[in-house]
Design a protein around this ligand. Structure first.
Ligand SMILES: [Fe+2]
Ligand SMILES: [Fe+2]
Length: 304
């Protein structure tokens, strides 16, 4: 049996963003107006306090692994990455190991993406088996299970565009990587969802653009479970005809009144998921909903 926790969308920021003149001509300027003047920032005003409570859970929870599905920052300033990495304890040996992927806010502008700021500040969370020098995808074995991290975030030019894509080149690498993995359930981690909580496709400006190709590749890779973030309210989609494995959204662990993350236990092919919800009055997380499900594992991937 392994125990892991899945958290997402912390959206930490810094008081001192470190503006440069060239930033005024990028999406960071309109994004800042959105965060500061139009109220989006106030949704995360308790984030530092909630992250402290979250790390307390991680230190005491006897987890074998943590999974972070992206959006560490708001506007991808280097000062935000520095603060987020320090606040989340990146590199802290007292915390369980973490598998992470970037979110669209971590690639908010093309220069932030090109500079590899997420990869620089979260490097210890990106450790695993990979194809050649390519950062994504990478895979890490934890007990009998494989966690497979895939980057689905892209820098987008338009301020209203929060869509993402994995891309056929990375999907090809994913299939190549999966061919090299030995037996055990395969847990895919992305920032973007395949579907909404109701099982629908997301709005085009918010969705995974190559969702169909990504689902096909996941089927060929024998994926048993898909974990993601991006949508700030968590949900569980059971396996069905269209998607033959469960899909679980962690929700945002720091957004006011949504603050949640998932604790998971994988015993053989049985997955138990317990949502933990933050209680601001007590400044701690408490048990909320629970689910139990069987993960599909291809016979060729099952342990004998
Ligand atoms: Fe987010
Ligand atoms: Fe996102």
């Amino acid at each position: 049996m392994i125990r892991f926790a899945h958290f997402s969308d912390v959206h930490l920021t810094s008081k001192h963003l470190g503006w440069k003149v060239r930033d005024l001509f990028t999406k960071k300027a309109t994004g800042w107006v959105n965060v500061k003047l139009l109220g989006r920032g106030s949704r995360f005003k308790h984030a530092p306090l909630v992250v402290d409570a979250l790390l307390g859970e991680f230190r005491d929870g006897a987890f074998d692994q943590l999974v972070f599905s992206g959006d560490a920052t708001k506007l991808a300033f280097e000062n935000e990455f520095q603060l987020a990495a320090a606040k989340l304890g990146v590199g802290d040996a007292a915390l369980p190991p973490v598998v992470a992927v970037p979110g669209n806010h971590d690639y908010y502008t093309r220069p932030a993406f090109r500079a590899g700021l997420f990869e620089k500040h979260f490097a210890p969370w990106l450790d695993g088996l990979r194809i050649d020098h390519h950062t994504y995808p990478f895979a890490r074995k934890v007990g009998p299970a494989w966690f497979i991290a895939v980057n689905s975030a892209t820098p987008n030019w338009a301020v209203w565009d929060a869509s993402g894509t994995i891309g056929h080149v990375q999907l090809e690498r994913l299939e190549k990587l999966c061919e090299r993995l030995n037996a055990g359930p395969r847990i895919l981690v992305t920032h973007y969802p395949l579907r909404t909580a109701k099982g629908n496709l997301e709005h085009p400006t918010h969705r995974l653009r190559d969702h169909a190709e990504s689902l096909d590749a996941a089927k060929r890779c024998g994926i048993s479970l898909w974990l993601h973030g991006h949508l700030h309210r968590g949900f569980v989609l059971p396996a069905g005809d269209a998607i033959p494995f469960p899909v679980i959204c962690a929700g945002s662990c720091t957004q006011t009144n949504r603050w949640m993350y998932n604790q998971c236990e994988l015993d053989g092919h049985t997955l138990r998921v317990r949502r933990r919800r933050y209680d601001p009055a007590a400044n701690r997380f408490d048990d909320a909903e629970e689910w139990t499900m069987e993960l599909p594992v291809k016979s060729s991937q099952a342990h004998s």
